[in-house]
Design a protein around this ligand. Structure first.
Ligand SMILES: Cc1cc2nc3c(=O)[nH]c(=O)nc-3n(C[C@H](O)[C@H](O)[C@H](O)COP(=O)(O)O)c2cc1C
Ligand SMILES: O=C(O)C(=O)c1ccccc1
Length: 377
């Protein structure tokens, strides 16, 4: 391959470059990976209804994330441990987003300290949070994010425990040296169950319980609406976005508790396997929210036409997870830039061919559903 021409090309190129355990960690979904597969398939069940003869000589993809201007409505979802993909890791992703002028959400489990990721540009940086039983640890992360210039907090709500990803279990995955979870001090680093046992922190009888902790799962499993959102509100004045909502019921609770946004997401099929594809959950969330907060979506976006479909179904913007990791794994900052550019170009072309000149012109009438899903060639 002389030049990657679509997102799938980056997937193949990155797979050829990355060590197996890193590749498996990025690629995998929970259990049978039904949701992972459906995230992409579901887009293919929608068809575009194009309008013609509408002067598409100028296509404007300008958009915004929570009011912060962006070149287009495609941002980067938070994904952990990016230095495994490329030594420049989160810094490279950040540079690419700065060039592209969109939005990057940095994972709590970044392998670069959060202070070193934000660039002085017009791009938006949001910080993804997991809340810990040890609340001062969380409050400290929030303070640091505020000081560093992050413009919103993204609370991930679909991960009270980490989903079971079989390739990681088989590989006994752990973050390889020299990388570390750079937002935390040493005593917070991810240990595998066997390392803990070796360090005398657990006895053999506790090993089973700890297998689910091999990804550093120290999240607070007791979180509830009535406790955690008010706690966050009292700690910070940054906008609060909930990531991992899939139902109208929870969308209404997000409105009721005064959240500023929702990311409809199933964590890229890595958490509860067999939940709906994100794009299939989007319409009920959009309908429930009725414009009272911003609704974004992530999961399975591999084409500009997927972005178009998400916007037509009411998303304010989309986030990509694995495609950015593939670009990063293939060629660092430049790879991420190329991934963003390809999606942007594909979105522009879809808009032109569908007769939409601006993001505002993309609407539910641009789509219909089809039961027929052609086999992938
Ligand atoms: C390797 C990997 C690590 C991830 N780490 C996080 C994380 O730390 N926090 C989080 O909220 N979501 C995390 N996610 C989920 C992504 O933010 C996003 O929801 C998902 O990747 C979107 O699906 P896509 O990969 O099909 O684009 C991760 C996803 C992947 C693939
Ligand atoms: O891998 C993930 O998807 C993820 O969100 C996570 C959770 C705990 C530790 C590291 C990453």
């Amino acid at each position: 391959m002389t030049q990657p021409a679509c997102i799938d090309d980056f997937e193949h190129l990155a797979k050829a470059r990355l060590p197996k355990a890193a590749w498996d960690y990025y690629a995998s979904g929970a259990n049978d990976m039904e949701t992972l597969q459906d995230n992409c398939e579901a887009f293919r069940r929608y068809r575009v209804r194009p309008r013609v003869l509408r002067d598409v000589s100028r296509i404007d993809t300008a958009s915004d994330f929570l009011g912060f201007p962006a070149s287009c409505p495609i941002g980067i979802a938070p994904s952990a441990m990016q230095c495994m993909a490329h030594p420049d890791g989160e810094r490279a992703t950040s540079q690419a987003v700065a060039q592209f002028q969109s939005c990057m959400i940095l994972s709590t489990y970044s392998t670069t300290p959060l202070e070193e990721v934000v660039k002085p540009t017009n791009a938006s940086y949001w910080f993804q949070l997991y809340l810990y039983q040890n609340r001062p640890v969380s409050a400290d992360l929030i303070r640091r994010a505020e000081r560093a210039g992050y413009r919103a907090l993204v609370l991930t709500v679909d991960t009270p425990q980490v989903g079971r990803r079989l390739p990681d279990a088989r590989n006994v995955f752990k973050l390889p040296k020299p990388w570390r979870l750079a937002n935390f001090p040493k005593e917070f680093q991810i240990l595998t169950a066997s390392e803990r046992a070796a360090a005398g922190r657990v006895n053999q009888g506790e090993m089973d319980e700890l297998t689910n902790e091999s990804l550093g799962n120290r999240s607070d499993t007791t979180l509830t609406w009535v406790e955690c959102i008010p706690w966050l509100r009292q700690v910070t004045s940054l906008p609060i976005i909930l990531k991992g909502i899939l139902t109208q019921e929870d969308a209404l609770l997000a409105v009721k508790h005064g959240c500023d946004g929702i990311i409809v997401s199933n964590h890229g099929g890595r958490q509860l396997d067999s939940v709906s594809a994100s794009i299939d959950a989007l319409p009920e969330v959009v309908a429930a929210v009725k414009g009272r907060l911003e609704v974004y979506v992530d999961g399975g976006i591999r084409r500009g036409s997927d972005v178009f479909k998400a916007l037509a179904l009411g998303a304010k913007g989309v986030f990509i997870g694995r495609p950015a990791l593939w670009g990063l794994g293939y060629n660092g900052q430049q790879g991420v830039e190329e991934v963003l550019k390809i999606l942007h170009d594909e979105l522009r072309l879809t808009m032109a061919l569908a007769g939409c000149r601006s993001i505002a012109e993309i609407n539910p009438g641009c789509l219909c559903k089809s039961k027929f899903v052609p086999a992938k060639l």
